[in-house]
Design a protein around this ligand. Structure first.
Ligand SMILES: CC(C)(COP(=O)(O)OP(=O)(O)OC[C@H]1O[C@@H](n2cnc3c(N)ncnc32)[C@H](O)[C@@H]1OP(=O)(O)O)[C@@H](O)C(=O)NCCC(=O)NCCS
Length: 182
């Protein structure tokens, strides 16, 4: 997925997304369950409404958000193959865009900022293959380029280039290029 392309647009099917999520979360039953339920409610969210969608989506929120501790709203655009490692205390704003093959760990927040004048910023975009360490916070309309990695505990307030490695609070680049293939 390119930076600003819709993660749910194009030729991909619901089944492709589910299969790729399933493969990305091998050995992690909780992550597989969350992604499977997310894909179903996200599909309903985009399509024509049926009477059972509202109560089942409410049950999804109760189970995944309240019980399992992962706030993953049905309107969030997420490419296939999202890997959730140790999924708890994760908060993702519905305006966030997540590309294909990304990894998100526990205690991650992807959100917007309410400015002092009351205006609200956009939310982050993760391009394909982005890996976030545990406890990462990314706030505002920040773009994390394809294949970039963000270190555990980082607070990211500026864009990270494709292939870059960012660490710390505020995050700084410790590498700004992708390693060449061997
Ligand atoms: C950021 C990360 C991807 C970098 O890995 P890497 O490319 O191998 O980089 P290095 O280990 O060579 O570290 C590069 C520099 O960043 C620093 N650094 C690495 N991770 C850091 C972090 N999370 N916070 C602050 N500094 C960090 C290193 O100390 C080093 O600094 P130096 O050059 O001054 O010595 C990795 O350290 C990381 O944080 N991965 C996430 C792991 C995680 O969340 N595990 C939880 C499992 S549940």
């Amino acid at each position: 997925m390119s930076a600003r392309a819709p993660a749910d647009g194009g030729a991909r099917s619901w089944k492709d997304d589910v299969l790729q999520d399933w493969a990305a979360n091998r050995g992690a039953g909780k992550s597989r369950l969350i992604m499977l339920l997310f894909r179903q409610v996200a599909r309903w969210h985009r399509g024509p409404r049926r009477p059972w969608h509202t109560p089942v989506t409410a049950m999804y929120t109760v189970l995944v958000n309240w019980v399992l501790g992962v706030e993953l709203p049905p309107g969030t655009r997420i490419g296939p193959g999202l890997c959730l490692l140790h999924p708890q205390a994760i908060v993702i704003n519905p305006d966030t865009q997540i590309g294909a093959g990304c990894t998100i760990r526990a205690s991650t927040v992807l959100g917007n900022i309410v400015k002092s004048d009351g205006t609200i910023t956009g939310s982050p975009t993760l391009d394909d293959g982005v890996e976030l360490g545990v406890g990462v916070i990314i706030i505002g309309p920040i773009e994390i380029g394809a294949g970039a990695r963000v270190g555990a505990g980082a607070v990211v307030v500026h864009d990270v280039p494709a292939g870059g490695v960012a660490v710390g609070n505020p995050a700084r680049l410790v590498s700004d290029h992708q390693e060449s293939p061997a």
